[in-house]
Unconditional design. Structure first.
Length: 252
């Protein structure tokens, strides 16, 4: 490993610690952690940080870095998209990876309502999201301006970062995205996951990846993945990341 490569690795390692809030032991705001910072929960992405910019844990961040490295080194065409960004941490990290690799011809797409999650829609999905309560969690609603400011704090807000504001069913079908190298789904619900897949799944390039943040945590999300893959005849193996996140690779 060259000196420059080592410095790049150190930068991304530090980004992970800062984005997760482990340096200052940022206390959680969820209802199950008792407001006490637990490094094991934070590392595994099992709590909701009070101020940190991502809640996905070290393993899912490191997986994102590794898959981005694969697509860049193997010249898989396309941009990098996240549907469901919260405070923007994973997208900030993706922008940092592009910066490290000196990539100037790909974009990071940040798709979110910037107003929390939608209520279950019985007209489109009568049973799949029935009883889902994600829309009641005000902690998940982060404004577009707040997310942009988070990018700015890392000096990573530039014209390679694109924002798509609104419900996925409205914004994603008309989004001006041609090809995707990595599609990262973090919409929690069946509807949010299915809307993203139907609008963007076919745009993921051969050799690219679909990452599902909530695969092991939310039944509605897992059911959407199963239904979509069955509809499209997708049999690429699903790989576990950390017991919650998972991914598959689009065959070459």
């Amino acid at each position: 490993m060259s000196h420059v490569e080592r410095l790049a690795q150190l930068y991304l390692d530090l980004m992970e610690r800062v984005l997760l809030g482990v340096i200052y032991e940022d206390p959680p705001i969820d209802q199950w952690s008792g407001g006490v910072f637990n490094p094991l929960l934070r590392a595994k992405g099992r709590d909701w940080p009070g101020k940190a910019h991502t809640m996905i844990g070290f393993e899912r961040l490191r997986n994102l870095r590794e898959l981005m490295s694969h697509t860049i080194s193997e010249q898989v065409p396309g941009d990098f998209v996240e549907t469901g960004a919260w405070r923007g941490g994973a997208c900030i990290y993706m922008r940092a990876v592009l910066k490290v690799f000196g990539i100037v011809d790909r974009s990071i797409w940040v798709a979110d309502s910037f107003a929390g999650l939608p209520r279950p829609d019985p007209t489109r999905y009568p049973t799949q999201d029935q009883g889902d309560m994600h829309h009641t969690f005000t902690e998940l609603a982060v404004s577009l301006e707040a997310v942009q400011e988070n990018f700015r704090k890392y000096d990573l807000l530039d014209d390679q970062v694109k924002f798509l504001k609104g419900w996925f069913k409205d914004t994603l079908p008309v989004a001006p995205i041609d090809r995707i190298a990595i599609l990262r789904l973090d919409g929690d619900m069946y509807a949010s996951t299915m809307d993203a897949l139907q609008a963007l799944g076919h745009k993921v390039s051969p050799g690219g990846f679909v990452i599902v943040d909530d695969f092991g945590a939310v039944e509605g999300c897992r059911k959407a993945i199963a239904d979509y893959r069955q509809q499209r005849g997708i049999d690429a193996p699903i790989h576990d990341i950390d017991g919650i996140g998972a991914y598959w690779r689009v065959p070459l």
